[in-house]
Design a protein around this ligand. Structure first.
Ligand code: ZN
Length: 185
């Protein structure tokens, strides 16, 4: 890992500590409130991780400002950055006009097959929402995990979009409709 990543409050901790905290808060506060607290931690972390991304970017892509990143270059840059931080092997793809999917077959927050009750990577949804909001110059973006290794899926997949878009996706999914239609796909 390049030492430039360990700036702006970003520190290295073990992924198991996040899972342990999630389990402990779930026991103490109830599953939903515990998950919300861990998501808030992730959201706070995302802003610091973004600052570290800005510091790292010139060494990788010879760019000073993330605003200069082209849409074509973004997947490779994000893969290199999150991979160097230890989050996993990351790919990104656009889905329709309004969605971006971040996917990983070895995402650090999830322990495969440990949850039968839906996606488990709540710290990551906070982190990615905050990171991508910063990347979008403060336009609010939210993150929803739509597949998760913890519930037996092959990958963790996070859908990034505006809060209104993700609300429409949630609504479509709860009606049994294809969520991609809500993304303009
Ligand atoms: Zn997951």
């Amino acid at each position: 890992m390049s030492s430039v990543l360990c700036q702006h409050g970003v520190v290295g901790i073990g992924a198991a500590s996040i899972r342990t905290l999630r389990a402990a808060l779930g026991q103490d506060l109830g599953e939903d409130v515990g998950a919300t607290r861990v998501q808030e931690m992730g959201f706070a972390a995302g802003a610091e991780v973004y600052q570290s991304f800005c510091a790292w970017l010139p060494s990788h892509a010879d760019l000073r400002d993330p605003a200069d990143l082209s849409a074509d270059a973004l997947p490779e840059v994000l893969s290199a950055f999150f991979g160097a931080l230890g989050w996993g092997t990351v790919s990104t793809e656009r889905v329709g006009e309004r969605g971006l999917v971040v996917a990983s077959p070895d995402w650090a927050e999830s322990a495969p097959g440990t949850s039968g009750e839906g996606p488990a990577c709540v710290f990551s949804t906070g982190l990615l929402a905050s990171f991508f909001t910063s990347l979008a110059h403060g336009s609010a973006l939210a993150a929803m995990e739509i597949e998760c290794r913890a519930q037996g899926d092959a990958r963790c997949r996070f859908l990034i979009g505006s809060p209104a878009t993700l609300a429409a996706v949630y609504d479509a999914a709860s009606r049994g409709a294809d969520y991609r239609t809500a993304l303009g796909a």
